[in-house]
Design a protein around this ligand. Structure first.
Ligand SMILES: *Cc1c(COP(=O)(O)O)cnc(C)c1O
Length: 421
C-alpha cells in the first residue's frame, strides 16, 4: 500500500494533488511520500519485534538527506556503500554507531573516513580489504569492528544484474572458505570480529533463497563459535522485492520475512541487522512527467514525455516494468489505446514501455511512473545535458523541494576549457 491515490478524479501524493507540485516545481520530478517511507520502515521494524535488531536502510536506493533524516529520526540505521554515502548519512544526522559500511571496493581513504568519523561495522568482502582495514585502523590506533560478507552460493532467482549471492558474483568470500578467512581476521591487529554478513541480491520475490542462505549462516555461526570467534551480530542484507504491477502476484511481506528470520536464526541469540532499500523507498516515490508530443507512427502511437532514460534508467537497464498512469483519473469505461511511451533522448533504448494501454492522451497531460522511489533519482545522469530532475518530499498536506533542479548555467559552467586550447 502506498499514498499515491486518485481522489476526486486526480492523482494525489498524500494530501497534495500532484498537479499542484507540477505547477510549482515543473516536470519531470520525483515525488516521495513520507508516510509511505515511514510505513515501510516500521513494517520491517515490527517484523523483527522480539529479536534484538536494527533496520539499516540501504541508502543507495534513494539517498536524499530529507529521506535519511526522516528514517533516521524514526530509528533506522543506514547501510552505506561509499565514502560519499557515509558523509551524506552523517550530514543527515544519523549517528555513526548506526552506520554499517558495505561494498566490494572500499578504498583506504573511505576506510579512513569511516574510522575517523565512527562506524558501527565494516562488512568486509575480501582478504586484501581486510588487510587494508587492519592497517588503517592501526595507523589511527583504533579498533575496527568487522563482519565478513559470505557468499552462500544461492540462486536469488532475480535479474542477473542484481543477483549477488552466486559463486560467480564478485561479492563476499565463498562460504566454504569462511573458517579460514575468520581465522585470518582474528590474527590481524586492530580488528574486532562482531558477526557475519550476507546479501544475496535485490528484488527477490520468493523467501526460499533467503531461507537457504540464512540456514547456511546459522550453520556457519555454530562453526565459527566452535572455533572460538565471538559472533554476536548477523547482518542479513536487503533484497526483499516489491510489487511493480498492481495485477501481479505480490512478493512476500516483511512480516513473513521476519517470521522466517526468527525461525532460521532466532535460536542463536544474535543481534539481527537487515538492509532493506527497495522495499522502503520503491513504492514511496513516483516520477512525474508531462507529455511533450503525441506522435503518430506508421503502425503505432508514440507518447513522447519530458522524462527520459537519464532520469529513470530502470526500464533501459533491467527491462524493468513501471506502471504508468495519467494524473487525471480515467473515467470508468473510457476507451484505452496502446502507446509506446518514450523519452526525448537520442537512442532507442530510451523507451519506457511498448504498447501500453492508456486513455487518449494529448500534449501537456501529466503522467506518473509508479514505484520509482528506489534506484530512480540516485541512478539519474545528465546524459544529453538534461538537468538532474528535482526531488520533492510530501508529508500530509505539505511538500518541499528537497533537491532543486540545477540551472543550465550551473551545468554548463562546470566544464573548464584548458588555457592551451
Ligand atoms: C543494494 C544492497 C542492499 C539493498 O538491496 P534492496 O534490494 O534495495 O533491498 C542491501 N545490502 C547491500 C550490501 C546492497 O548492496
Amino acid at each position: 500500500m502506498d499514498h499515491f491515490l486518485y481522489r476526486d478524479g486526480a492523482l494525489f501524493a498524500e494530501d497534495v494533488p500532484v498537479a499542484e507540485i507540477a505547477a510549482k516545481v515543473g516536470t519531470p520530478c520525483y515525488i516521495y511520500s513520507a508516510a509511505t517511507l515511514l510505513r515501510h520502515y516500521k513494517l520491517f521494524d515490527d517484523a523483527l519485534d522480539g529479536m534484538d535488531h536494527l533496520v539499516c536502510y540501504a541508502m543507495k536506493a534513494a539517498s536524499n538527506q530529507a529521506i535519511l533524516k526522516l528514517l533516521g529520526d524514526a530509528g533506522a540505521g543506514m547501510d552505506v556503500v561509499s565514502g560519499g554515502e557515509y558523509r551524506r548519512a552523517k550530514a543527515a544526522g544519523v549517528s555513526a554507531d548506526r552506520i554499517v559500511f558495505s561494498g566490494v571496493g572500499k578504498t583506504a581513504e573511505e576506510i579512513h573516513t569511516a574510522l575517523t568519523g565512527g562506524i558501527r561495522q565494516f562488512n568486509v568482502e575480501s582478504e586484501p580489504e581486510m588487510h587494508v582495514i587492519s592497517r588503517v585502523a592501526q595507523s589511527l590506533d583504533v579498533v575496527a569492528p568487522i563482519t565478513i560478507r559470505v557468499n552462500p552460493d544461492v540462486d536469488a532467482k532475480t535479474h542477473a544484474k542484481i543477483a549477488t549471492g552466486k559463486s560467480e558474483n564478485k561479492f563476499g568470500i565463498p562460504i566454504s572458505r569462511a573458517k579460514e578467512v575468520y581465522a585470518l581476521a582474528a590474527s590481524l591487529p586492530n580488528l574486532k570480529i562482531v558477526g557475519i554478513d550476507v546479501h544475496i541480491g535485490s528484488q527477490l520475490t520468493d523467501l526460499e533463497p533467503f531461507r537457504l542462505a540464512y540456514q547456511k549462516v546459522a550453520e556457519l555461526t555454530n562453526d565459527l563459535r566452535a572455533d572460538g570467534h565471538e559472533i554476536t551480530r548477523l547482518d542479513l542484507g536487503g533484497g526483499l522485492g516489491i510489487p511493480y504491477t498492481r495485477s501481479n502476484e505480490a512478493p512476500p511481506l516483511p512480516t513473513e520475512y521476519g517470521a522466517m528470520v526468527k525461525e532460521t536464526l532466532g535460536h542463536l541469540g544474535c543481534e539481527i541487522e537487515i538492509e532493506p532499500g527497495r522495499l522502503i523507498a520503491g513504492n514511496a516515490g513516483i516520477m512525474l512527467t508531462k507529455v511533450i508530443y503525441v506522435k503518430e507512427g506508421e503502425d503505432r502511437k508514440f507518447l513522447i514525455l519530458d522524462g527520459a532514460m537519464n532520469d529513470l534508467i530502470r526500464p533501459a537497464m533491467y527491462e524493468a516494468h513501471h506502471d504508468i498512469v495519467p494524473v487525471v483519473e480515467p473515467a470508468a469505461g473510457v476507451e484505452q489505446m496502446p502507446y509506446d511511451i518514450v523519452g526525448p533522448v537520442c537512442e532507442s533504448g530510451d523507451t519506457f514501455a511498448k504498447g501500453r494501454d492508456l486513455p487518449e492522451m494529448a500534449a501537456d497531460d501529466l503522467v506518473a511512473f509508479r514505484s520509482a522511489g528506489a534506484y530512480g533519482a540516485v541512478m539519474a545522469s545528465e546524459y544529453n545535458t538534461r538537468p538532474l530532475i528535482p526531488e520533492v518530499l510530501v508529508q500530509g498536506d505539505q511538500f518541499a523541494v528537497v533537491r532543486p533542479r540545477p540551472t543550465f548555467d550551473e551545468i554548463v559552467n562546470r566544464d573548464t576549457i584548458p588555457e592551451w586550447l
